[in-house]
Write a protein of this length. Structure first.
Length: 308
């Protein structure tokens, strides 16, 4: 039982740099079954994000947590110039496949996809124009994948500073995380659909909490996906069921997260972007207080413009 709690990823997956929890390919294969269809997922918050980008006159976007490409795809289809990166090549191959399939469309032909590590982001994207992006996105509870093995949030601070470097003066950073305050207080993740993950094939999510010296250190979630239900859902929508999913009735995968509390995460962002940045936070895309217990917190930071 102890081993099942502390094993944060599948056996045989390397632990150097940022641990790629998708390296065994298992979670990557079933991720979109958990997320739900692209149209189903994005319709919930697409208008909110696009309205914000239009208000801030954003045209160029860096998605630092591309994954299988759900959010990047949404931005490309909306006409934005998008650069996407992720540390997991297993996840990126699905985004690359989407770009290749639609390569004859001009927007997709210009879509840049790179493998990059948050800790060395500027170096990994050295061939990208470093004059900065109008907006940098890190959505889908991606940032908490970065563990805090040192106990001082050193890697988180380095990553945030690198994100800040990629935002042009006057540009914005959008970053989110689960409501870990509620998870730590209650001991589990609310079951069912939420604003991000609309898939109807999730059978169960088990929650394990790890404390070190009295401080919350890790939240581990064990996902169980109903493959039979997924197959029926895909076939009803006119899609074929991927052969790589196998014949087992259920698929299980595990992901671990550092449980950022809201106030501490806010301070982490302000430290990276400086005291003159403009900062706001939302609960499930609504002003704080409107949703009693939001599933997610979304932080918006505006980098100070250059002084005349």
């Amino acid at each position: 039982m102890v081993d099942s709690v502390y094993r944060t990823r599948s056996l045989g997956v390397g632990a150097q740099g940022i641990p790629d929890q998708y390296a065994d390919g298992k979670a990557a294969k079933v991720w979109e079954l958990y997320v739900g269809s692209k149209s189903e997922r994005t319709e919930v918050y697409k208008s909110w994000i696009c309205n914000l980008l239009k208000t801030k006159n954003c045209k160029t976007i860096l998605d630092v947590a591309c994954g299988t490409g759900v959010d990047s795809l949404m931005m490309v289809e909306e006409g934005y110039t998008v650069t996407s990166c992720d540390a997991s090549d297993k996840m990126l191959k699905y985004a690359l496949k989407e770009r290749w399939t639609r390569r004859k469309e001009e927007a997709f032909d210009k879509w840049v996809i790179e493998e990059a590590n948050w800790l060395t982001l500027v170096e990994d994207l050295e061939d990208i124009d470093h004059s900065g992006f109008d907006a940098v996105m890190c959505l889908g509870n991606s940032f908490p994948h970065l563990p805090d093995f040192e106990g001082n949030l050193m890697n988180q601070k380095i990553s945030m500073k690198n994100f800040q470097e990629m935002v042009k003066p006057g540009g914005i950073m959008m970053i989110d995380h689960r409501n870990y305050d509620a998870i730590l207080d209650k001991g589990n993740v609310p079951q069912g659909k939420n604003i991000y993950y609309k898939g109807s094939c999730t059978k169960d999510i088990k929650t394990s909490l790890v404390y070190v010296n009295g401080r919350p250190h890790m939240v581990t979630l064990d996902y169980t996906i109903d493959i039979d239900k997924a197959k029926k859902t895909l076939e009803s929508e006119g899609h074929s069921f991927p052969k790589h999913m196998g014949t087992e009735p259920y698929s299980n995968f595990r992901l671990s997260y550092y449980p950022h509390r809201l106030n501490a995460f806010s301070e982490l962002l302000k430290e990276a972007f400086g005291p003159d940045c403009k900062y706001s936070v939302y609960g499930d895309f609504k002003p704080l207080g409107e949703v009693e217990t939001p599933a997610y917190y979304i932080h918006i930071v505006e980098k100070p413009p250059l002084k005349a």
